[in-house]
Write a protein that binds this ligand. Structure first.
Ligand code: ZN
Length: 282
């Protein structure tokens, strides 16, 4: 029976939250989502003087919620076990060791797949997870999997509506106007733009090395307050416009991934050849 017919039978639509579904409804939800599941990957870290510790987790999940109502998918429960070593000097930050981050993410997607999620979208909601997530996706080739991991990274759009744009140059960044505006769109009581000036979000420029050199301490050297930009101009209106725009982009990606049949087939071809590379045609 089609999932839509079953949910109609129940007289209500299926929740998009994994934890809100009953076990029988979870099976129907998988049909409705075409076995596509979404893991919003957040973090718990200081967000300057204005944003809550869960800013990235909350904003990512809010955008995921909006998107999943446009394009049905099953959203994994809150997940925040990512890369945030650079904020260990700040109160409230939850920073797990690197090996645990990788292991837990692998075990999590394995469990999602064992439960029928064969297309797993990891929605990046924290800048510090970007390289981790790319590397994690690459490591999916080191052994055979019966599912595909798709990383989702929102890209700056040229068609961003005026209402979603920063009030002036330089105000966005970690815990800046954009992120705090997004919090104001869904949880205004947790945002404190009036406190934005209590700490500096300016680049302290304490390192002078060529642009070709990378060191892990670069962020702390520049932004020891774990705050970048200026959140004082944050508004719920900007947050609403920005999150709605982001949700539309994410919904389009979910739709494309649902329709994708190539990645799984090519991945299988790759694993088959990797089992016996001497048989690969030269
Ligand atoms: Zn953030």
């Amino acid at each position: 029976m089609a999932a839509i017919a079953v949910s109609a039978l129940h007289g209500q639509s299926l929740s998009t939250h994994w934890e809100d579904l009953t076990a029988p409804d979870f099976v129907q939800a998988l049909q409705q989502s075409k076995q596509t599941c979404l893991l919003p990957f957040g973090i718990i870290e200081k967000h300057g003087p204005s944003g809550p510790l869960g800013t990235d987790l909350m904003n990512g999940r809010y955008i995921a919620d909006l998107a999943s109502h446009q394009e049905y998918t099953i959203i994994f429960p809150p997940y925040y076990f990512g890369q945030i070593a650079e904020a260990r000097s700040q109160p409230g930050t939850l920073a797990y060791p690197a090996r645990i981050q990788m292991k837990l993410l692998q075990l999590t997607v394995d469990e999602m797949a064992r439960n029928g999620c064969k297309k797993i979208i990891i929605q990046n909601a924290h800048g510090g997870n970007t390289m981790l997530l790319h590397y994690f996706a690459q490591t999916q080739l080191d052994q055979r999997h019966d599912y595909v991991v798709y990383g989702y990274f929102a890209t700056p759009a040229s068609d961003l509506p005026a209402a979603a744009k920063p009030s002036k140059p330089g105000v966005d960044g970690h815990a800046g106007e954009g992120e705090v505006s997004n919090i104001m769109a869904h949880t205004p009581q947790d945002a404190h733009p009036e406190r934005a000036g209590q700490q500096s979000g300016a680049d302290q420029q304490r390192l002078s090395l060529p642009g070709s050199v990378y060191t892990g301490i670069w962020w702390y050297a520049s932004y020891p307050n774990h705050y970048q930009g200026d959140a004082s101009g944050a508004t719920a209106a900007r947050g609403k416009a920005a999150t709605e725009f982001s949700a539309k982009q994410l919904a389009a990606a979910i739709k494309a991934i649902k329709e994708d049949t190539s990645a799984a087939a090519i991945q299988k071809e790759f694993y088959d050849k990797a089992d016996t590379p001497v048989n690969t045609k030269q």
